[in-house]
Design a protein around this ligand. Structure first.
Ligand code: CA
Length: 231
């Protein structure tokens, strides 16, 4: 069964970005643009998870969270709050209101997906995969382990996140800027050239002595995970 998400956010740019990525990751997405609509849709669609923005017009995210917790229909639905406010006191206030997790904006898409997977694992074990296979490559998120043809591959944390991201969209070409956004986060003070360095390390590590290259360089476009092009 497809896991469903209610996304509550009033900024259409954020909605579109999230909708696109959640859709690609296999979630069924319903969007509410304000708090009242969120309460209505939460009751109607009974989502598996609610992604709730803190800053909403009229009813604030915190108030929505409080009301969702009072409603028997949504009392136990996991709520992840999105917030521009990273301060500890806000976090505590949010958790007191019944939010299960917090993600500060701007967030990296990879981080958000990882948090979502963690929530889904908790509520519907067996639904989200810890292990992804691609070609002769295996990535185990729980064990933070990568193997290719049975051989252990040691990756740095950035290379691991890069590979995890590529594995979510095999074959698709990503520009350096898109990879920066997804893996380092939109606020990271990192140059596009840094992406080349980490992709280079990842390529070297996963290819090893193998004669097939799993990463395709697309001139002036970017990189893609692509199965077994001969070197
Ligand atoms: Ca907002």
């Amino acid at each position: 069964m497809t896991p469903s998400i209610l996304l509550v956010e009033d900024e259409s740019a954020v909605v579109e970005l999230l909708r696109y990525n959640l859709d690609r990751a296999g979630y069924e997405v319903t969007v509410a643009m304000d708090g009242e609509e969120a309460l209505l849709l939460a009751c109607e669609t009974k989502p598996d998870v609610i992604l709730l923005d803190w800053m909403l017009p009229n009813l604030s995210g915190i108030e929505v969270c409080r009301r969702l917790r009072r409603d028997p229909n949504t009392r136990n639905t996991p709520i992840i709050m999105l917030t521009a406010r990273g301060e500890e006191s806000d976090r505590i206030r949010g958790l007191d209101t019944g939010a299960d997790d917090f993600i500060a904006k701007p967030f990296s898409m990879n981080e958000l997906m990882a948090r979502l997977r963690a929530v889904m694992r908790r509520i519907r074990p067996g639904l989200t995969e810890d292990v992804t296979n691609y070609s002769d490559l295996t990535l185990d998120r729980a064990a933070m382990r990568v193997r290719r043809s049975g051989r252990d591959i040691h990756l740095g944390p950035t290379e691991f996140r890069l590979l995890d991201f590529f594995l979510q969209f095999p074959g698709r070409v990503f520009s350096r800027e898109q990879l920066l956004d997804a893996v380092w986060g939109p606020d990271a003070d990192v140059e596009a050239r840094t992406v080349d360095v980490h992709v280079g390390r990842l390529r070297k590590a996963i290819n090893g002595d193998s004669d097939s290259d799993l990463i395709r360089t697309v001139r002036s476009a970017g990189y893609a995970l692509d199965g077994g092009a001969l070197r």
